[in-house]
Design a protein around this ligand. Sequence first.
Ligand SMILES: *Cc1c(COP(=O)(O)O)cnc(C)c1O
Length: 355
Amino acid sequence: MQKHNFNAGPSILPREVIEKTAQAILDYNGSGLSLMEISHRAKDFQPVVDEARALFKELLQIPDGYSVLFLGGGASLEFCMVPYNFLEHKAAYLNTGTWAKKAIKEAKGFGEVVEVASSADANYTFIPKDYTVPADADYFHITTNNTIFGTELKADPDVNVPLVGDMSSDIFSRPVDVSKYICIYGGAQKNLAPSGVTFVIVKEDALGKVSRTIPTMLNYKTHVDAGSMFNTPPVVPIYAALQTLRWIKAQGGIPEMQRRAEERASLLYGEIDRNKLFQGTAVEEDRSRMNICFVMAPEYKELEAEFLAFATERGMVGIKGHRSVGGFRASCYNALPLSSVQALVDCMQEFERKH
Ligand SMILES: *Cc1c(COP(=O)(O)O)cnc(C)c1O
Protein backbone atom coordinates (compact mmCIF):
# COMPACT_ATOMS: atom_id res chain seq x y z
CA MET A 1 0.00 0.00 0.00
CA GLN A 2 1.22 3.50 -0.80
CA LYS A 3 2.07 5.50 2.32
CA HIS A 4 1.25 9.18 2.70
CA ASN A 5 3.84 10.71 5.02
CA PHE A 6 2.36 13.44 7.25
CA ASN A 7 5.03 13.07 9.95
CA ALA A 8 5.79 16.29 11.85
CA GLY A 9 9.55 15.76 12.01
CA PRO A 10 11.71 14.06 11.02
CA SER A 11 9.51 14.07 8.00
CA ILE A 12 9.07 13.58 4.30
CA LEU A 13 11.92 14.34 1.90
CA PRO A 14 11.84 14.20 -1.89
CA ARG A 15 12.42 10.61 -2.98
CA GLU A 16 15.35 11.61 -5.20
CA VAL A 17 17.08 13.25 -2.23
CA ILE A 18 16.94 9.95 -0.35
CA GLU A 19 18.11 7.98 -3.37
CA LYS A 20 21.03 10.28 -4.14
CA THR A 21 22.11 10.31 -0.50
CA ALA A 22 21.84 6.51 -0.32
CA GLN A 23 23.99 6.26 -3.44
CA ALA A 24 26.64 8.58 -1.99
CA ILE A 25 26.70 6.52 1.19
CA LEU A 26 27.44 3.42 -0.89
CA ASP A 27 29.92 5.00 -3.29
CA TYR A 28 30.75 8.67 -3.19
CA ASN A 29 31.33 10.13 -6.66
CA GLY A 30 32.75 6.87 -7.97
CA SER A 31 35.58 6.99 -5.41
CA GLY A 32 34.96 3.48 -4.13
CA LEU A 33 34.49 4.98 -0.65
CA SER A 34 31.38 5.93 1.26
CA LEU A 35 30.46 9.54 1.98
CA MET A 36 30.70 8.42 5.61
CA GLU A 37 34.32 7.32 5.23
CA ILE A 38 36.01 10.39 3.75
CA SER A 39 37.49 13.47 5.38
CA HIS A 40 35.16 16.45 5.57
CA ARG A 41 38.17 18.42 4.36
CA ALA A 42 38.53 16.20 1.32
CA LYS A 43 38.51 18.16 -1.90
CA ASP A 44 35.41 16.19 -2.80
CA PHE A 45 33.37 17.35 0.17
CA GLN A 46 34.21 21.06 0.40
CA PRO A 47 32.23 21.74 -2.80
CA VAL A 48 29.15 20.21 -1.13
CA VAL A 49 29.29 22.75 1.70
CA ASP A 50 30.12 25.57 -0.70
CA GLU A 51 27.24 24.76 -3.03
CA ALA A 52 24.75 24.26 -0.19
CA ARG A 53 25.67 27.65 1.28
CA ALA A 54 25.47 29.28 -2.15
CA LEU A 55 22.06 27.75 -2.88
CA PHE A 56 20.72 28.96 0.48
CA LYS A 57 21.76 32.49 -0.52
CA GLU A 58 20.35 32.19 -4.00
CA LEU A 59 17.00 30.63 -3.11
CA LEU A 60 16.30 32.91 -0.14
CA GLN A 61 17.87 35.96 -1.84
CA ILE A 62 20.08 36.54 1.18
CA PRO A 63 21.77 39.97 0.95
CA ASP A 64 25.53 40.44 1.19
CA GLY A 65 26.91 40.54 4.72
CA TYR A 66 25.21 37.33 5.89
CA SER A 67 26.81 33.92 6.48
CA VAL A 68 25.05 30.58 6.13
CA LEU A 69 26.21 27.99 8.67
CA PHE A 70 25.53 24.28 9.07
CA LEU A 71 25.94 23.35 12.72
CA GLY A 72 25.05 20.58 15.13
CA GLY A 73 22.83 20.74 18.20
CA GLY A 74 19.43 21.25 16.61
CA ALA A 75 17.23 24.32 16.81
CA SER A 76 17.19 23.71 20.57
CA LEU A 77 20.86 24.71 20.88
CA GLU A 78 20.10 27.93 18.98
CA PHE A 79 17.65 28.85 21.77
CA CYS A 80 20.80 29.36 23.86
CA MET A 81 23.26 30.49 21.15
CA VAL A 82 21.01 33.37 20.07
CA PRO A 83 21.00 35.15 23.44
CA TYR A 84 24.63 34.17 24.07
CA ASN A 85 25.63 36.06 20.91
CA PHE A 86 23.07 38.86 20.70
CA LEU A 87 21.52 39.61 24.09
CA GLU A 88 23.44 42.37 25.86
CA HIS A 89 20.71 44.02 27.96
CA LYS A 90 17.22 43.16 26.83
CA ALA A 91 15.49 40.96 24.26
CA ALA A 92 11.85 40.73 23.19
CA TYR A 93 10.09 37.44 22.47
CA LEU A 94 6.69 36.56 21.05
CA ASN A 95 5.24 33.56 22.89
CA THR A 96 3.35 31.56 20.27
CA GLY A 97 3.85 28.00 21.47
CA THR A 98 6.00 25.28 22.97
CA TRP A 99 9.13 26.10 20.96
CA ALA A 100 8.85 29.84 21.58
CA LYS A 101 8.50 29.12 25.30
CA LYS A 102 11.66 27.03 25.27
CA ALA A 103 13.53 29.83 23.49
CA ILE A 104 12.30 32.30 26.13
CA LYS A 105 13.42 30.06 28.97
CA GLU A 106 16.98 29.89 27.62
CA ALA A 107 17.22 33.64 26.99
CA LYS A 108 16.33 34.43 30.60
CA GLY A 109 19.76 33.23 31.65
CA PHE A 110 21.43 36.04 29.69
CA GLY A 111 19.56 39.25 30.39
CA GLU A 112 16.16 40.88 30.60
CA VAL A 113 13.56 39.10 28.51
CA VAL A 114 10.32 40.86 27.61
CA GLU A 115 7.52 38.58 26.50
CA VAL A 116 5.66 41.13 24.37
CA ALA A 117 2.55 38.97 23.94
CA SER A 118 1.38 35.41 24.41
CA SER A 119 -1.50 33.26 23.24
CA ALA A 120 -0.87 30.66 25.97
CA ASP A 121 -4.28 31.33 27.58
CA ALA A 122 -5.97 30.26 24.33
CA ASN A 123 -3.76 27.14 24.00
CA TYR A 124 -1.82 29.00 21.31
CA THR A 125 -4.63 28.91 18.75
CA PHE A 126 -3.66 32.31 17.35
CA ILE A 127 -0.70 34.62 16.78
CA PRO A 128 -0.94 37.74 18.97
CA LYS A 129 -0.92 40.96 16.92
CA ASP A 130 -1.34 43.77 19.41
CA TYR A 131 2.01 44.22 21.02
CA THR A 132 4.78 46.73 21.32
CA VAL A 133 8.40 45.77 21.03
CA PRO A 134 10.60 47.89 23.33
CA ALA A 135 12.74 50.15 21.15
CA ASP A 136 15.83 49.34 23.24
CA ALA A 137 15.57 45.57 22.75
CA ASP A 138 18.63 43.96 21.17
CA TYR A 139 16.33 41.82 19.02
CA PHE A 140 12.78 40.52 18.68
CA HIS A 141 12.49 36.72 18.51
CA ILE A 142 9.68 35.04 16.60
CA THR A 143 8.81 31.44 15.76
CA THR A 144 7.52 31.83 12.23
CA ASN A 145 5.67 28.50 12.20
CA ASN A 146 4.37 26.79 15.32
CA THR A 147 4.78 23.14 14.44
CA ILE A 148 2.77 21.83 17.37
CA PHE A 149 -0.17 24.24 17.38
CA GLY A 150 -0.51 24.79 13.64
CA THR A 151 -0.22 28.57 13.48
CA GLU A 152 2.07 30.57 11.24
CA LEU A 153 3.27 34.14 10.80
CA LYS A 154 3.07 34.39 7.06
CA ALA A 155 5.01 37.65 6.81
CA ASP A 156 8.07 39.11 8.50
CA PRO A 157 6.81 41.62 11.09
CA ASP A 158 7.68 45.30 10.82
CA VAL A 159 9.24 46.34 14.08
CA ASN A 160 11.87 48.85 15.10
CA VAL A 161 14.47 46.31 16.21
CA PRO A 162 16.17 43.48 14.29
CA LEU A 163 14.39 40.15 14.11
CA VAL A 164 15.56 36.68 15.04
CA GLY A 165 13.50 33.86 13.56
CA ASP A 166 13.10 30.18 14.34
CA MET A 167 12.10 28.90 10.89
CA SER A 168 12.55 25.20 11.61
CA SER A 169 9.26 24.16 10.09
CA ASP A 170 8.53 26.65 7.31
CA ILE A 171 11.92 27.44 5.75
CA PHE A 172 11.80 27.54 1.94
CA SER A 173 7.99 27.62 1.87
CA ARG A 174 7.66 31.39 1.42
CA PRO A 175 9.91 34.33 0.54
CA VAL A 176 11.63 35.90 3.54
CA ASP A 177 12.89 39.47 3.85
CA VAL A 178 16.23 38.40 5.32
CA SER A 179 17.35 42.01 5.68
CA LYS A 180 14.96 42.39 8.64
CA TYR A 181 16.79 39.66 10.57
CA ILE A 182 20.13 39.35 12.30
CA CYS A 183 19.64 35.59 12.64
CA ILE A 184 17.42 32.88 11.17
CA TYR A 185 17.81 29.30 12.29
CA GLY A 186 16.16 25.91 12.29
CA GLY A 187 16.58 22.20 12.65
CA ALA A 188 16.76 20.68 9.16
CA GLN A 189 14.51 17.71 9.84
CA LYS A 190 11.19 19.40 9.03
CA ASN A 191 11.70 20.71 5.53
CA LEU A 192 15.27 20.21 4.41
CA ALA A 193 17.24 17.14 5.44
CA PRO A 194 17.44 14.29 7.91
CA SER A 195 18.03 15.33 11.53
CA GLY A 196 21.55 16.17 12.63
CA VAL A 197 22.16 19.52 10.99
CA THR A 198 20.97 22.98 11.98
CA PHE A 199 20.97 25.83 9.50
CA VAL A 200 21.84 29.31 10.72
CA ILE A 201 21.80 32.51 8.68
CA VAL A 202 23.62 35.20 10.57
CA LYS A 203 24.30 38.85 9.89
CA GLU A 204 28.02 39.28 10.24
CA ASP A 205 28.11 42.86 11.52
CA ALA A 206 25.62 42.01 14.29
CA LEU A 207 28.25 39.78 15.90
CA GLY A 208 30.85 40.77 18.46
CA LYS A 209 28.62 43.29 20.23
CA VAL A 210 28.00 41.52 23.53
CA SER A 211 30.46 41.99 26.38
CA ARG A 212 30.44 38.43 27.73
CA THR A 213 32.95 35.74 26.80
CA ILE A 214 31.36 33.21 24.47
CA PRO A 215 32.64 29.62 24.45
CA THR A 216 34.34 28.91 21.12
CA MET A 217 31.82 26.44 19.78
CA LEU A 218 28.83 28.58 20.81
CA ASN A 219 30.24 31.71 19.19
CA TYR A 220 28.74 32.27 15.74
CA LYS A 221 31.88 34.18 14.79
CA THR A 222 33.94 30.99 15.13
CA HIS A 223 31.80 29.33 12.49
CA VAL A 224 31.53 32.39 10.25
CA ASP A 225 35.33 32.78 10.21
CA ALA A 226 35.84 29.07 9.50
CA GLY A 227 33.39 29.01 6.61
CA SER A 228 31.13 26.66 8.57
CA MET A 229 33.96 24.10 8.81
CA PHE A 230 35.42 24.84 12.26
CA ASN A 231 35.00 21.25 13.36
CA THR A 232 33.65 18.13 11.69
CA PRO A 233 30.22 19.08 10.37
CA PRO A 234 27.33 16.61 10.02
CA VAL A 235 28.47 15.42 6.62
CA VAL A 236 25.62 13.12 5.60
CA PRO A 237 22.77 15.50 6.56
CA ILE A 238 24.57 18.37 4.76
CA TYR A 239 24.87 16.23 1.66
CA ALA A 240 21.14 15.47 1.84
CA ALA A 241 20.37 19.16 2.41
CA LEU A 242 22.28 20.00 -0.77
CA GLN A 243 20.18 17.49 -2.71
CA THR A 244 17.00 19.09 -1.31
CA LEU A 245 18.22 22.57 -2.21
CA ARG A 246 18.94 21.44 -5.77
CA TRP A 247 15.50 19.83 -5.89
CA ILE A 248 13.82 23.05 -4.70
CA LYS A 249 15.67 25.03 -7.35
CA ALA A 250 14.79 22.56 -10.12
CA GLN A 251 11.11 22.66 -9.11
CA GLY A 252 11.00 26.43 -9.53
CA GLY A 253 12.41 27.75 -6.26
CA ILE A 254 10.53 29.36 -3.42
CA PRO A 255 7.69 30.78 -5.54
CA GLU A 256 6.80 27.23 -6.57
CA MET A 257 7.21 25.87 -3.02
CA GLN A 258 4.90 28.63 -1.81
CA ARG A 259 2.34 27.91 -4.51
CA ARG A 260 2.32 24.21 -3.61
CA ALA A 261 2.06 24.95 0.12
CA GLU A 262 -0.97 27.14 -0.50
CA GLU A 263 -2.54 24.57 -2.79
CA ARG A 264 -2.12 21.75 -0.26
CA ALA A 265 -3.36 23.89 2.63
CA SER A 266 -6.43 25.19 0.84
CA LEU A 267 -7.41 21.67 -0.21
CA LEU A 268 -7.17 20.29 3.31
CA TYR A 269 -8.62 23.28 5.19
CA GLY A 270 -11.41 23.35 2.63
CA GLU A 271 -12.34 19.80 3.57
CA ILE A 272 -11.97 20.41 7.32
CA ASP A 273 -14.38 23.35 7.03
CA ARG A 274 -16.83 21.50 4.79
CA ASN A 275 -16.92 18.11 6.54
CA LYS A 276 -19.37 18.05 9.47
CA LEU A 277 -17.24 15.54 11.38
CA PHE A 278 -14.16 17.75 11.70
CA GLN A 279 -13.08 21.22 12.75
CA GLY A 280 -9.83 23.17 12.68
CA THR A 281 -8.13 24.25 15.91
CA ALA A 282 -6.28 27.42 14.87
CA VAL A 283 -8.06 30.69 14.08
CA GLU A 284 -8.50 31.01 10.37
CA GLU A 285 -6.19 33.94 9.62
CA ASP A 286 -3.26 32.34 11.46
CA ARG A 287 -3.60 28.82 10.10
CA SER A 288 -0.31 27.17 9.26
CA ARG A 289 0.24 25.93 5.74
CA MET A 290 2.79 23.44 7.05
CA ASN A 291 1.13 21.79 10.07
CA ILE A 292 -2.61 21.46 9.71
CA CYS A 293 -4.29 20.70 13.04
CA PHE A 294 -7.88 19.53 13.34
CA VAL A 295 -10.11 17.66 15.76
CA MET A 296 -13.46 15.88 15.62
CA ALA A 297 -16.41 18.27 15.90
CA PRO A 298 -17.75 18.08 19.51
CA GLU A 299 -20.77 15.93 18.61
CA TYR A 300 -18.49 13.37 16.94
CA LYS A 301 -15.72 13.37 19.56
CA GLU A 302 -16.10 9.62 20.21
CA LEU A 303 -15.11 8.86 16.59
CA GLU A 304 -11.52 10.08 17.02
CA ALA A 305 -9.84 6.70 17.56
CA GLU A 306 -11.96 5.16 14.82
CA PHE A 307 -10.94 7.80 12.28
CA LEU A 308 -7.28 7.41 13.18
CA ALA A 309 -7.50 3.65 12.56
CA PHE A 310 -9.56 4.20 9.39
CA ALA A 311 -6.97 6.62 7.96
CA THR A 312 -4.02 4.48 9.04
CA GLU A 313 -5.52 1.49 7.21
CA ARG A 314 -5.61 3.65 4.08
CA GLY A 315 -1.92 4.55 4.23
CA MET A 316 -1.95 7.82 6.20
CA VAL A 317 1.15 8.06 8.41
CA GLY A 318 1.80 10.49 11.25
CA ILE A 319 -1.58 12.20 11.50
CA LYS A 320 -2.10 11.75 15.23
CA GLY A 321 -2.13 15.19 16.82
CA HIS A 322 0.48 16.32 19.32
CA ARG A 323 -0.63 15.53 22.87
CA SER A 324 -0.96 19.22 23.74
CA VAL A 325 -3.61 19.75 21.02
CA GLY A 326 -5.10 16.28 20.54
CA GLY A 327 -7.02 15.22 17.45
CA PHE A 328 -5.01 15.21 14.26
CA ARG A 329 -2.10 17.01 12.66
CA ALA A 330 -1.25 16.64 9.01
CA SER A 331 2.22 18.07 8.40
CA CYS A 332 2.41 19.16 4.78
CA TYR A 333 6.04 20.04 4.19
CA ASN A 334 7.61 21.04 0.88
CA ALA A 335 8.17 17.48 -0.35
CA LEU A 336 4.59 16.32 0.25
CA PRO A 337 2.76 15.81 -3.04
CA LEU A 338 -0.75 17.18 -3.47
CA SER A 339 -1.89 13.61 -4.17
CA SER A 340 -1.17 12.71 -0.52
CA VAL A 341 -3.37 15.54 0.69
CA GLN A 342 -6.04 14.41 -1.77
CA ALA A 343 -5.78 10.88 -0.34
CA LEU A 344 -6.39 12.24 3.17
CA VAL A 345 -9.33 14.33 1.95
CA ASP A 346 -10.80 11.24 0.24
CA CYS A 347 -10.43 9.39 3.52
CA MET A 348 -12.27 12.13 5.43
CA GLN A 349 -15.08 12.08 2.87
CA GLU A 350 -15.39 8.32 2.94
CA PHE A 351 -15.50 8.40 6.73
CA GLU A 352 -18.22 11.05 6.63
CA ARG A 353 -20.36 8.90 4.33
CA LYS A 354 -19.97 6.05 6.79
CA HIS A 355 -21.36 8.15 9.64
C1 LIG B 1 11.19 20.88 15.82
C2 LIG B 1 11.32 22.29 16.21
C3 LIG B 1 12.33 22.73 17.09
C4 LIG B 1 13.31 21.79 17.74
O1 LIG B 1 14.23 21.35 16.84
P1 LIG B 1 15.45 20.41 17.26
O2 LIG B 1 16.26 20.40 16.01
O3 LIG B 1 14.86 19.06 17.60
O4 LIG B 1 16.13 21.00 18.43
C5 LIG B 1 12.42 24.07 17.36
N1 LIG B 1 11.56 24.96 16.82
C6 LIG B 1 10.57 24.57 15.99
C7 LIG B 1 9.65 25.59 15.41
C8 LIG B 1 10.42 23.23 15.66
O5 LIG B 1 9.45 22.84 14.82
